[in-house]
Design a protein around this ligand. Sequence first.
Ligand code: R5P
Length: 325
Amino acid sequence: MSGIKASGQKRLVLVSGRAHPELAENIAGELGSELVPTDARTFANGEIYARFDESVRGCDAFVIQSHSTPINEWLMEQLIMVDALKRASAKRITVVAPFYPYARQDKKGRGREPISARLVADLFKTAGADRIMSVDLHAAQIQGFFDGPVDHLFAMPVLLEYFKERLDPENLTVVSPDMGRVRVADNWSDKLGAPLAIIHKRRDPLVPNQVSVHEIVGDVKGRVCLLVDDLIDTGRTIVKAAEALKENGATGVVVASTHAVFSDPAPEILQSSSIDKVVVTDTLPLSDAQTFEKLEVLSIAPLLARAIREVFEDGSVTSLFDGAA
Ligand code: R5P
């Protein structure tokens, strides 16, 4: 039988959806455990079916799923798995969603819009989730959408380690690509001992995925710029930001981003841009077509595994980030 038993006979059970099996396997490996064998499939009409091949009665279950394309399918699969665990008498169910689905729809920007991130939280709750674990939520307030504990993890220590070894703070400026990332970028600037610059970006609410840069606040001339963002989707925000930095005299541009959504045309425009390096984590799977020469992918599995262990052992998830975020 898969899973880890703690002294009090609690059993930790890991199950995974089909979106990113490699990440789930790596998390299980870090925990010295195995995933529960699961029969998950899609019927001809698109309906999803899932059944666990072992008993999950009384267990502390963690349902790992990455919300990549096709995001609605993977979301539904995770909901179905939570439902199956609930009906099979799992004692506690944690949704592990390293990239929270619909996170960018966290408020009404205009009248008659949905708040889809809240709807997703409600769906998890209704399915039977007791808690949610996620990495770098696009907006921290999403934690309040779910009526239960939310473990909000930060990829910053993972990414920071990479850059600390490679960048000289004397010649470095940390850059927020828009107003929404200023707090996070400010944190990076503290940790790296480098000044902060901010880009004033604008989007036309009526034209999705189009970005324009208005102004750069801060010192970038003659400096290497580290652009920090939570996610890269089409890549336009980061590429436009890099272009603006170069036009304003930056000598180099590197990028740190947690979630590599990489919708078209991201891989192509990132590779052909003036950016020197794009460093992401593997919260989302990447196909061959989504990888490119300038890309470096760091594993988020050790961090997720440590957080899962802390939750299982009633330890402290906060302690993982003491002094880090
Ligand atoms: C915006 O608020 C986010 O932090 C990202 O900058 C944005 O969603 C990235 O989208 P894209 O890569 O399509 O410009």
